[in-house]
Write a protein that binds this ligand. Structure first.
Ligand code: NAD
Length: 457
């Protein structure tokens, strides 16, 4: 069936009001939950076939996140969808006021390859829970995962409710030419701008979950052993291909040598002498990215790692020692297992580096000084972050997940996903038993009364 035909079917389905039924939404989400549990092994195999991601990482960072989003949503969907009563304004006396949650309508979700299962299903759950139809375009770079995503979706949902269209850039562009009621995009900043331009044509609201260079500061008071272990984990999970992975380290000069020593130890503990043979270490997604990353380390001083193997797109966990801000590795988001380390002696130097990039998606501070931590949080604008660890803010559904500035627009996770895909409709219901005459013309002599009312209201 052509894209146009599916879109028309979804428009008709939305118009039929079927998705307004909360019990219907809950029922399909429950079926989705069961199906994902039943297909766990297939999902693990698909992602492994795409880029050798380990079973453990797939369960932790893809399946379990989707399952907990589903469980939370199923449990709360009735509560979240109920009209919410708010205090009425005295100016409207007598009245009551409520916020109604209304689905936008036909939504488009475009997802990336790096967490190919989670980043497709997490927004989809929010969109369905909120009562929208969904057309999902997963990434062409993870064909096995896109395939199983399509199988699961088409087994659980009617095509006119939720559908998957597989394909690459041309399909994506065709989809972006259509008028949608909401677009949710996860991917690079450059494609995010293409999406924003397409959305502007119809003033379509969007969420843009993008990337950037996320700094990780380690000051002279940090617990270095723990920092090393937690950075090794957050940087090399998914082989560094994580939007919120620490992109580069800013470390106090006095801590640098000790940190590198501990980092090497932690690396060895995690992936052994030869990470290439470790079952837990994934691969670079494709040759293009392999070349891009290999190019970044050419001519740089390598403090740790630096080994590459083209045949299986392997790049070892690597620390790039003191690259210039003008070097390739510091000019763009790395999105791979390379970690530049830059030392500083003053806060001014931290500022010089961070301020030379756009607002990052994530921010990490390793320190035992409360004042320093507070200062960094208030001084720099970024999507979200973690103190004394990396990436784990992602896992708390009570926190908004999203960027700011070039790292994105909007946020989701937990109830926020439901709200993201919901138009909030404010309704005042006026009483008819009393009609205070103050606001009606003629106004002569009523100004004082109005001002008193304004103060109270
Ligand atoms: P990408 O922008 O290349 O692709 C994302 C999606 O857009 C894919 O489905 C792709 O088919 C489509 N696409 C690519 N080029 C397009 C074009 N010219 N026109 C229309 N559609 C197009 O991103 P990627 O390589 O899949 O993912 C890596 C990027 O995503 C990184 O920058 C990373 O930081 C970011 N990311 C962000 C988050 C987040 O939650 N903020 C999560 C994961 C990845």
């Amino acid at each position: 069936m052509s894209i146009q035909n599916i879109v028309q079917l979804q428009k008709d389905f939305f118009k039929s009001q079927k998705t307004k039924d909360i019990s219907f939404r809950k029922k399909v989400l429950k079926s989705l939950l069961k199906e994902i549990i039943a297909r766990e092994k297939d999902i693990i195999n698909a992602i492994h076939n795409d880029f050798k991601k380990s079973e453990y990482e797939t369960v932790m960072t893809e399946i379990s996140i989707v399952l907990s989003e589903l469980k939370l949503t199923i449990k709360n969907i009735h509560k979240w969808s109920k009209p919410k009563r708010v205090l009425p304004s005295l100016l409207n006396f007598p009245s009551s006021a409520k916020i109604y949650s209304e689905p936008f309508g036909n939504t488009l979700i475009i997802s990336p390859w790096n967490y190919p299962f989670q980043l497709a299903f997490a927004p989809l759950i929010g969109a369905v829970a909120a009562g929208n139809t969904v057309l999902l375009k997963p990434s062409e770079l993870t064909p096995n995962t896109s395939n199983i995503t399509s199988e699961i979706v088409h087994k659980i949902f009617q095509q006119d409710h939720v559908s998957v269209i597989e394909g690459g850039v041309s399909v994506s562009q065709e989809l972006l030419n259509i008028r949608w009621d909401y677009i949710f995009f996860t991917g690079s900043v450059s494609v995010g701008k293409i999406v924003a331009k397409a959305a502007a044509e119809y003033l379509t609201p969007t969420t843009l979950e993008l990337g950037g260079k996320s700094p990780c500061i380690i000051d002279e008071t940090a617990s270095l052993k723990l920092a090393a272990r937690r950075i090794v984990w957050g940087k090399f999970i998914n082989c560094g291909q994580t939007c919120i992975a620490p992109d580069y380290l800013l470390i106090h000069t006095s801590a640098k040598a000790e940190f590198i020593k501990l980092f090497k130890k932690e690396l060895q503990k995690a992936y052994g002498e030869a990470p290439k043979s470790s079952e837990d270490y994934a691969r670079i997604i494709n040759s293009k990215n392999f070349e891009r990353l290999s190019d970044m380390i050419k001519g740089e001083t390598i403090a740790v790692g630096g080994k590459t193997s083209k045949e299986d797109r392997y790049i070892s966990p690597t620390i790039v020692d003191e690259p210039l801000l003008t070097s390739k590795v510091m000019q763009e988001e790395i999105f791979g297992p390379l970690l530049p380390i830059i030392s500083y002696t003053s806060e001014q130097e931290i500022g010089n580096v961070i301020s030379s990039f756009d607002k990052p998606l994530a921010f990490y501070i390793f320190s035992n000084r409360k004042n320093f931590i507070r200062k960094m949080i208030s001084e720099y604008s970024f999507g979200g972050g973690t103190i004394n660890d990396t990436t784990v803010h992602f896992a708390n559904h009570r926190l908004p997940f999203g960027g700011v500035g070039e790292s994105g627009i909007g946020s989701y996770h937990g109830k926020r996903s439901f709200d993201t895909f919901t138009h909030k409709k404010g309704i005042v219901s006026r009483g008819t038993w009393l009609d205070i005459p103050t606001r009606y013309a003629p106004y002569k002599g009523k100004l004082k009364q109005l001002k008193t009312l304004m103060k109270l209201g």
